[in-house]
Design a protein around this ligand. Structure first.
Ligand SMILES: Cc1cc2nc3c(=O)[nH]c(=O)nc-3n(C[C@H](O)[C@H](O)[C@H](O)COP(=O)(O)OP(=O)(O)OC[C@H]3O[C@@H](n4cnc5c(N)ncnc54)[C@H](O)[C@@H]3O)c2cc1C
Length: 399
């Protein structure tokens, strides 16, 4: 089996690299969100290249894929360069609308996504509904000519700069809990929508999320995604996409490469760290595990050309989060006490990035299905193992 990129694929990768070399400024680098004018302008340039809508029909503003692995190569190169990624808008929103939305909805939103004319907040989590999303309570009532939404969401990452909220709501309070859920699209400036910052603290800064309040928010009828009360299935698909399009393995590759470069140079007590047999052995083992992650990510992208990746995405998610933790742990082991110095200290290796990753890895382990939940998906859907509690499992294999 040939693992290297073909000549054609390498040509596209070089084109992306050259683009990043020319366009990625320090002001843009370092964040995954499209939350500043400079980052929006950067993603506008990706859009102008036709790289946001690759593989989607032209009638919705999409463009032809130059090669089968174009999306994978683009994501990897964006992550390796620490540029903003496009996994949320394109990977999650556009794909879920494309598979489930009405023609009117596709016509309205897909071209905007592919032109980078809108940013989105994924609004799922509630005080009583995290991993167990089917427990969500945010109420959505049919008022004849509009929907009326009331509820509270928390940890919503992009709510303070989004144009639209992609909201999981309860449309049937009497149905079984996963059968009464729908998804609606809400304008971020709708009357009754307010938010307040909710900070998740790392060492080099805090990551902003938001608590969001929907207080009698009126939503037009045509903003319901797909069919009413089928939202849990769409939600599962959206999360399948999130498990590789946002939780990209390439981000782990970048971090691993950074730590490996640091180890090559580091000296303690006049000895090179890279000469230590224990360090060498640990890095070699981890390098192999990192390579497996790249293969899993590639598999997701290949499958996504045919159907919604499900068990593949769960494998990518579980592995990416596990390896992210292992990279942070190994880095801090290798750095010794210096590893715990934060940004601002001249002695902090890699500007404190690894201690930051160490503090944030708890989030990666629970976001978009925890490692445990991902393993449950693999056990039940891929291996066909029975549920210990005898619960039925929802089918989720929409094309
Ligand atoms: C920085 C950050 C950004 C976020 N951004 C968003 C966002 O943009 N939109 C959004 O909707 N949410 C967002 N979240 C919320 C995030 O998705 C939730 O934190 C996550 O779903 C876990 O929910 P919880 O915090 O209630 O933990 P819980 O669900 O209480 O889970 C706690 C632990 O128990 C484990 N666990 C729970 N149930 C099971 C089970 N059945 N089997 C095995 N293990 C289980 C979990 O894996 C986890 O380790 C964000 C969170 C953070 C920290």
């Amino acid at each position: 089996m040939e693992f290297d990129l073909s000549l054609e694929e390498a040509g596209f990768r070089d084109e992306v690299k050259a683009f990043l070399e020319a366009e990625l400024t320090e002001e843009v680098r370092g964040g995954m969100f499209v939350d500043t004018p400079a980052r929006v302008a950067f993603v506008d340039k990706l859009a102008a290249k036709g790289w946001l809508g690759m593989g989607f029909p032209e009638k919705y503003g999409g463009s032809k894929k130059p090669i089968a692995l174009a999306q994978f190569i683009l994501n990897v190169e964006l992550e390796l360069a620490h540029a903003p990624i496009v996994g949320k808008n394109v990977g999650v929103i556009a794909n879920t609308i494309f598979h489930n939305g009405s023609e009117e909805m596709k016509d309205e939103f897909l071209p905007k996504v592919f032109k980078n004319e809108c940013q989105w907040a994924l609004s799922y989590t509630e005080p009583q509904a995290g991993t167990d999303l089917a427990a969500l309570q945010c109420k959505c009532e049919d008022k004849g000519d509009h929907w009326l939404v009331n509820g509270t969401k928390r940890f919503i990452t992009s709510a303070h700069f989004a144009d639209y909220h992609w909201v999981a709501v309860r449309t049937d309070p009497d149905a079984q809990k996963h059968k009464g859920v729908s998804i609606i699209i809400m304008d971020a400036d709708a009357e009754g929508l307010t938010y307040t910052p909710q900070w998740c603290v790392g060492s080099t800064g805090a990551e902003r999320t938001n608590e969001v309040f929907y207080d009698n928010v009126k939503v037009p009828k045509n903003r319901l995604v797909g069919e009413i009360n089928k939202g849990f299935i769409y939600l599962m698909q959206a999360l399948d996409y999130e498990r590789f399009a946002i939780i990209s393995f390439a981000a782990r590759v970048r971090r691993f490469n950074k730590v490996a470069e640091w180890v090559k140079e580091a000296e303690f007590g006049g000895k090179k760290l890279s000469d230590d047999p224990a360090i060498r052995s640990k890095f070699a083992t981890l390098a192999t595990r990192v390579e497996i992650g790249t293969m899993l990510e590639k598999m997701c992208i290949c499958v996504a050309a045919e159907r919604v990746p499900n068990t593949e995405a769960a494998m990518n998610k579980a592995w990416a989060s596990t390896i992210g933790t292992e990279i942070a742990n190994l880095a801090l082991d290798a750095m010794g006490p210096y590893g715990y110095l934060w940004d601002g200290s001249e002695h902090a290796p890699l500007e404190g990035e690894m201690v930051d990753q160490y503090l944030m890895h708890g989030h990666s382990r629970v976001a978009a299905a925890g490692v445990d939940t991902s393993k449950t998906i693999i056990a039940r859907r891929l291996l066909g193992l029975p549920d210990p509690l005898g619960k039925p499992f929802l089918p989720n294999q929409a094309k």
